[in-house]
Design a protein around this ligand. Sequence first.
Ligand code: FAD
Length: 388
Amino acid sequence: MAETADAIIIGAGIQGASLAFHLTERGMQPLVLERATVAAGATGRSSGMVRMHYDLEAEARLAWRSYAYFRDWGHRVGGDSGFTNVGFLQMVPRHEVEPLRQNVAMQQRVGIITSIIGADEVRRLLPGVVIDDDQVAAYEPLSGYADPTQTTGSLMAGASARGARLMQGCAVTGVRTAGGRVVGVETSRGAFDAPIVVDAAGAWAARVAGMVGLDVPVNVWRHDVAYVRRPLDIPRHIAFIDFQNAFYCRPEGESLTLVALEDGNPLQGDPDAPVDSAAIGFIERAAERIVQRLPDFARAGLHSAHSGQDGITPDQRPIIGPAGPDGFWLCCGFSGTGFKTAPAIGDSLAHLITDGPSANTDLAIFRLSRFATGELIRGEHAYADIWR
Ligand SMILES: Cc1cc2nc3c(=O)[nH]c(=O)nc-3n(C[C@H](O)[C@H](O)[C@H](O)COP(=O)(O)OP(=O)(O)OC[C@H]3O[C@@H](n4cnc5c(N)ncnc54)[C@H](O)[C@@H]3O)c2cc1C
């Protein structure tokens, strides 16, 4: 007879782990099935930026609620997320200064600690930066970055301590249904029964959704990341996103800086493609961008580079909610920004799964049906697509 769980979560990335953690807070004992190891997908490759600047209020709210976890991880979750508060700057081209102001105003209404600052203040926060005197940026003093693998591991540990089960090296190969509802899954290690099955399979999410006949618009998005060793006279710096030069940066420990590009991230690849190396030419492009903003980095040396793959949707927002047969749920399509919001998403989704759709509405905007009805999500004061 197949082993039975209250719910089965497919994928032990940050989303699967956060959902497992929050389901156990609500008294459920989920089974998390992971084809490889915890954080083997996008999560283990993530840049781990934790900031609240979004052009969509629903995401800004999720990021702000999640920040409360990162700030107080040991107490809220247990273990350590590796959160490091270095602050965060959002820089934009001139034609996006007005949306920047509007988005900061929206974020302030949400309660986020953020403000618009002038060029002198940017220079104080990021010594050596090239910025015009009349330019502005958004500044979040509380933001920073965390360690995605550690974060996921501690959520999984917290879930396990309350009765969740994790099976690594266990690939789901089919989802079983009977009478229009899910009853369990087939895996490389046998069958498991559950009345609820959640697709948290990252770049593989469309493949998993196809197991119940669902066609979800989740493509594969590939993103390269480099670490450079800073010259000794450049101290640890603030994290920032620079839309004007289409790249972002954050420090890593005391001597490294992570740099990645906002453009040229390939789509439509194979979720199983190897991610150990960055694309040819990426390092050179990344070096050019950072030196435009921070000329002192011309003296930096390459430490390492890798790639990662996430699921991406046509509006670059996730798909979260019930879909297909009764008991089947989607939690996927995080489009390169789903690390920082995972704590609040896991909490809200656990709420929905245990108490029903009317219990929590902050995820309603992310329903799958928006693609069929042409209601793609757009920020209230939208920037250009994040990943061009
Ligand atoms: C390089 C990179 C940098 C990023 N930087 C940031 C950032 O700075 N800040 C931010 O907020 N977000 C960032 N993101 C996005 C963020 O990391 C992802 O949105 C998030 O990690 C997605 O988590 P997930 O749990 O949905 O997917 P994943 O972490 O990919 O987890 C899915 C898991 O499902 C498993 N799986 C797949 N199919 C099956 C199956 N059939 N059976 C069993 N298991 C299966 C996989 O092995 C995988 O472990 C970045 C992403 C990348 C790739």
